[in-house]
Each structure stands twice: as C-alpha cells, then as structure tokens.
Design a protein around this ligand. Sequence first.
Ligand SMILES: [Fe+2]
Ligand SMILES: [Fe+2]
Length: 198
Amino acid sequence: MFRLASSRLTAIPRIAAVRTKTTAAAAAPRVMTASLIKSLNGHANFELQSSQFYLSLAYWFDSQNFSGFAKYYKAQSEEEKTHALKMFDYLATRGETPHLTALPAPPVKHASAAEALQAVLELEQTTTAGIHDLNSLALQEGDPATSQFMQWFIAEQVEEEDTARRFLEEVKAYDRLPGLLYHMDHFMGKKAKKVGAE
Ligand SMILES: [Fe+2]
Ligand SMILES: [Fe+2]
C-alpha cells in the first residue's frame, strides 16, 4: 500500500512539471537570432533606398516633361517606404529596435526612358533576391513567424517584377516612336492613383 501511494505521489508532480514546461515554452515569444535581426534591418533600409531611387527617378522624368511617369514613380516611392515601415514595425513587434542607416545617393540622370526602366527592373530583381534570402534565413534559423511574415513580400515581388518588366517592354517599343511615349505618359499618370492601394 505504501509503495503504491508513493509511486502515485511521484508520478503526479512529474506529469505536472512536463505540462508546465511545455505550456511555458509555447507561450514564450521566440527570440530572433542576431543574424536574422541584422538581415531584416538591412533589407528594411534597402526598401528605403528603393524609395529614394524612385523619388529621384520621378524628378528625372519630370525634367524630361513626362509628368505621368513622374507622378507614378512618386507614388511608387511612397509604396517602397511603406514596405520599409512594415519591416521596421515587425522588428519592433518582436521586441527589437530598428536601426536606420545612411543610404547611398540614387542616380540623378538616365540616358533614356528605356535605360531608366531597365534600372527599375534590376532594382526589383535585387529586392526579390534579398527577400528570398531573408525567407531562407528565417527557415534556417527556425523562425516560422518571420518566414510567415515574409510571404507577403514574396507575393508582392512577383507583382513588382511583372509590372517593371511590362513597363520596360512598352517603353522599349515606344522609344522608336517618341510620340507614343507621351501617350504612355498619360496612362502612367492615371495608374499612379492605384499604386499604394495594392
Ligand atoms: Fe518594396
Ligand atoms: Fe518594389
């Protein structure tokens, strides 16, 4: 009788201890690794760099009397800023303090509209590669929350690259007939309203 009572007494605390430990582990926010924090912070700053690039591009188009392109890329600049803030906000939610860094100056001039839009496509491709790297790092570091967070950016980049490629092809086709670039400029101004709402 004594042995039975004793084994029951030892069994109950053991189960209780395991349950408490499991519940505590599940409830505790997982700490992000230093490399993931650094990479997220770095990419958020890169989104700000993209914002600067688009703003500078908008003023270059304005200097070429393409007000529609200028309006569109000003709106695009704002959208890139929202991407940076989304990432900084996420870092803050995970208990980290975002670090804003100095940014390299964006190009002021472009040889042609086609060359400018080629630079846009390359910028978006670089952004996509950075986002994919971040997702891979999050998975590698065992941080499913960050990987889940990155899915929105992965989908966004599919759209961003597609838009950049389409505009580049359109400009390349119209570059041979400059009058048509003004036709496209008119539509770029109208499309500007939709940027940011996407
Ligand atoms: Fe972006
Ligand atoms: Fe972008």
